[in-house]
Each structure stands twice: as C-alpha cells, then as structure tokens.
Design a protein around this ligand. Structure first.
Ligand code: ADP
Length: 317
C-alpha cells in the first residue's frame, strides 16, 4: 500500500562507558551514535527491506550528517528530514545504573530535533504512506500531536494502518497531558507495542489479562508485549495468544531493542507473515541489538536474523 512512516526525534547518543557512574564527574564517554527512537525504528524497517520514511529535523552539523548518512545508507527515505540551519542536532546523554535502569539527559526542545516541520516533501511522504508508526516520545515535541493527527486521517483514509509504541520516558512525558494523548491514539491503533508496565499504564488496568481484554475490546487488533529478557507475547482477537521466549545473549546496551523489535514485527506482519514467525524474528532483532553498543548499531536484515536464529538458543518461559 505504501511505506511505513514515522514522525519524531533524530538524535545523537553519547553514553557512559562505566555502569553506575553518574554525570557528576568527568568520565570516559562513547559516541556520537545515530539515535532517536523513531529513527532507530525506521532504520530497522529499511534494513528488513521494507519501504520506510521519517519526518524529522537535524541541524547543519556533523551530528545531523551522521544520522542522515546512516539512514540513507540503510535504505530509508530521507526526503522529509529538514536540515535546520540555526539549531544544532538533538542529543541524548545516557548512563546506566547498576540495576540496569537508564538515566537520560536530553537536548531536544532547543535543538533541531524539537523543530519538526511539515515541508512539501513531508506532505508527499504522508500522502503515499501505507502505515504510520506513532512513537510516544515524539509527543514531547511541539506541533507533533497535530502532525500526527493529520497523518492518521490521511493514512486511514487510504486504508492504511497505525501502530503505537507508548515509549513512556519519565523525562519526556508530562503525566496529565499524557493520559488524554494515549487514549486518543489508542482509539486509532491497530497494533500496540508496549513494553513492561506500559501495557498497564495504557489500559489503566492493574493486571495484564484485564489490560489486554480492555484494549482489544476498545478496538486495538493486535497487542505485542515486549518483556525484555523474558521475550514477548502476542495477543489477538478471540483469545489468540503466542508467547515467544527471548534469545540468550550478553546484553551490552539495551537502548534501541524495543524499536528494532517493533520494526521487525511490523515489517514481517506487513509482509504477510503469521504472528508466531514475526514474533520469533522480532525477538531475534531485539536480542541482536542489545549485543552492540549504540542504539542503531545492532539493526538487522532478514538474513542477519535468520543466521542469528540458526546459531542461537532461546530461554524457555
Ligand atoms: P524496550 O526497549 O521497548 O523497553 P524490551 O527491553 O522489552 O523493549 O526489548 C524488546 C525485545 O528485545 C524483548 O521483547 C526481547 O525480545 C529483546 N530483548 C531485549 N533485551 C534482551 C536481552 N537482554 N536478552 C535477550 N533479548 C532481549
């Protein structure tokens, strides 16, 4: 029907190299790496051979060029990325706590990342899109809610579909505004891709089964729950359910796993695969991604995933 598109932040990520060290003292950092959840997602769709584009902005600097060159090399449509002359490319500094939690320092609001523009090329991309992926983190950018509202209408009018990754980051979401946004987006979501607690937050329910039933009753047709090291689960209409165990890998950097997972699942489903196979490949994409440092360094082609699966073991759940 047309490409998978998304809207949101393109960033470089610069990360701490030691676990537990805060940013309160000088320390060795690594980066810049191409990043931004929507950018990682679209890059992974392109790696899977899917047609993919992003509406976003970068500055006229090396950080912006790094991202554009990567997305273009990997086959994504970069025509709707604006280069903003007087703002720097957005950035995220990340550090890891001993328990595996991450803390981010984002520079989005005053950077090009926070200045998403509907150029002529962006309108043209929306007009030919077959699927819109909505990333919760993008709502922190002024104007993105309106851009998405229009894109939803256009894509749905063409018979296209919508996926939603709530991607709730405490640093990015204002709780009050977040609730109404989540409800509005859920009302048009075909595929929901929450991770962990986000399922319960999205449904405003206390347990998984109630949350799943409520969301499916509300019109979502598929829910794919990301469970980190515990793999993932598919929930569909009429009680359909598939659980898929995670692959056993050594986790080096968890950032980007959910985006690679979601992009792989969506692309496989859009290509007509059954949920079970799509889930297996998506688990492989998430697992492969966490073995590489840098959120976009572990994106995978279908051939990469098949080779990875052939040489791997899964944990039973
Ligand atoms: P998010 O990044 O959105 O929080 P997850 O952390 O659940 O999402 O990761 C998405 C998917 O990637 C998981 O469902 C799993 O398949 C895979 N994955 C993530 N972390 C690991 C890990 N440490 N080992 C194996 N697979 C993992």
């Amino acid at each position: 029907l047309g490409p998978t598109i998304t809207v949101g932040e393109i960033l470089v990520e610069i990360m701490a190299t030691t676990i537990g060290a805060g940013f309160l003292e000088p320390q060795p950092l690594t980066g810049p790496y191409p990043s931004g959840a929507p950018a990682i997602f679209i890059d992974q769709v392109a790696q899977m051979g899917g047609s993919a584009g992003i509406i976003a902005s970068v500055g006229n600097d090396d950080f912006g060029r790094l991202n554009i060159e990567r997305l273009e090399r990997d086959g994504a449509d970069i025509s709707a990325i604006s280069i903003i002359a007087d703002k720097p490319t957005g950035s995220a500094f990340v550090r890891y706590r001993p328990d595996g939690a991450r803390d981010f320092v984002f520079n989005i609001a005053h950077s090009a990342a926070g200045d998403v523009r509907m150029t002529e090329a962006a309108h043209a991309l929306v007009a030919r899109a077959g699927h819109l992926h909505i990333m919760g983190s993008a709502f922190a950018i002024p104007g993105v809610a309106d851009i998405l509202e229009n894109a939803i209408k256009t894509v749905k009018r063409r018979g296209g579909s919508v996926s939603f990754d709530p991607n709730i980051r405490k640093e990015l979401v204002d709780a009050g505004r977040g609730r109404k946004l989540v409800d509005d987006i859920l009302a048009v979501t075909d595929l929901l891709l929450p991770s962990g607690e986000e399922l319960l937050i999205a449904a405003d329910s206390a347990d998984e089964a109630t949350a799943v039933a409520k969301l499916l009753d509300g019109g979502v047709s598929e829910i794919v729950l990301k469970r980190g090291r515990d793999g993932s689960s598919f929930f569909g209409r009429d009680g359909a359910r598939v659980d898929s165990p995670a692959f056993t890998v050594e986790e080096v950097d968890p950032t980007g796993a959910g985006d690679c997972f979601g992009a792989t699942y969506l692309t496989c489903r859009r290509a007509g695969m059954e949920p079970e196979r799509a889930l297996l490949l998506a688990n492989a994409a998430g697992a492969r991604n966490v073995t590489r440092r840098g959120p976009m360094e572990g994106v995978s082609s279908l051939a990469d995933l098949e080779a990875f699966i052939a040489s791997s073991t899964t944990e039973s759940i």
